[in-house]
Write a protein that binds this ligand. Structure first.
Ligand code: HEC
Length: 224
């Protein structure tokens, strides 16, 4: 019994170590894109959602954040902030040139001297997932500017937590959150940056408000 437990524990350590080191041996995962409109079968050459209305833009970011976290973050960093293992994707220009480069890498990956440095995602990620991840990456705000917002994020998170069982009061916080999210720029040059303030405001403005999702958005932002 003791021996069995030791073996299982050892195995878990090995698995955890591989993920932490960011080697290319964790299988790429498909992404659930429910809630996003279907794109035409042929792959677009440019992000189709760059100039989308807020509802679609935010949905793409919500889906893209999950897709990024499960497939890209271990190499390119949490919140797309690179720790040096792979390029910082936030600086990839939000234009057709940046999109072409993005698409080529994501679909085909990258090999150097026969070693897979980045796995190919062709056939694993649908077109909707590919562009949702792109939309998430290119709308990241500057983390230095966001670091100054920790007190404001904590304050709004606590206010929301206090009214989490009251949908009307929770929805009323959307305006404060939206105001707090003004004035941030994306490092990619995208039309706008989307901060956790903006995402939480959008999550609260649905009918009924997605209070749990908004709380998760703000809690994760405070923790970072
Ligand atoms: C196993 C690690 C790993 C994973 C997982 C990974 N990448 Fe990469 N990626 C790299 C490395 C290393 C490079 C640098 C390759 C090079 O020198 O061009 C790179 C390069 C890129 C580039 C080109 C960036 C530039 O500035 O030239 C893009 C775009 C990119 N990755 C997107 C993604 C996306 C999106 C995902 C998730 C769907 C992802 N990568 C998953 C390791 C990874």
């Amino acid at each position: 019994m003791l021996r069995k437990t030791t073996i299982i524990a050892g195995f878990a350590v090995v698995l955890g170590g591989a993920a932490a080191l960011g080697h290319g041996d964790t299988a790429p995962q498909s992404v659930n894109t429910a809630g996003l409109p279907d794109l035409p079968e042929e792959m677009a050459g440019e992000n189709p959602w760059r100039e989308a209305d807020p509802d679609l833009l935010f949905k793409a970011i919500e889906v893209g954040a999950k897709g990024y976290n499960s497939n890209c973050a271990r190499c390119h960093g949490l919140e797309a902030i690179s720790g040096g293992l792979a390029p910082d994707l936030r600086y990839l220009e939000a234009n057709d040139f940046g999109d072409e480069w993005y698409l080529d890498r994501v679909l085909h990956g990258y090999e150097q001297n026969g070693a897979v440095k980045m796995p190919p995602f062709e056939g694993i990620l649908t077109q909707e997932a590919v562009w949702a991840i792109r939309t998430y990456i290119e709308t990241r705000p500057d983390e230095v500017e966001m670091a100054d917002q920790k007190a404001a994020l904590t304050d709004l998170r606590d206010k929301l937590d206090a009214v989490k069982d009251d949908p009307t009061a929770a929805a009323a916080l959307a305006a404060d959150l939206e105001a707090a999210g003004q004035g941030f720029e994306a490092l990619s040059g995208a039309p706008r940056a989307v901060t956790p303030f903006d995402l939480a405001a959008w999550q609260l403005s649905t009918e009924p408000p997605h209070i749990k999702a908004a709380l998760e958005t703000l809690t994760a932002a405070v923790r970072n």
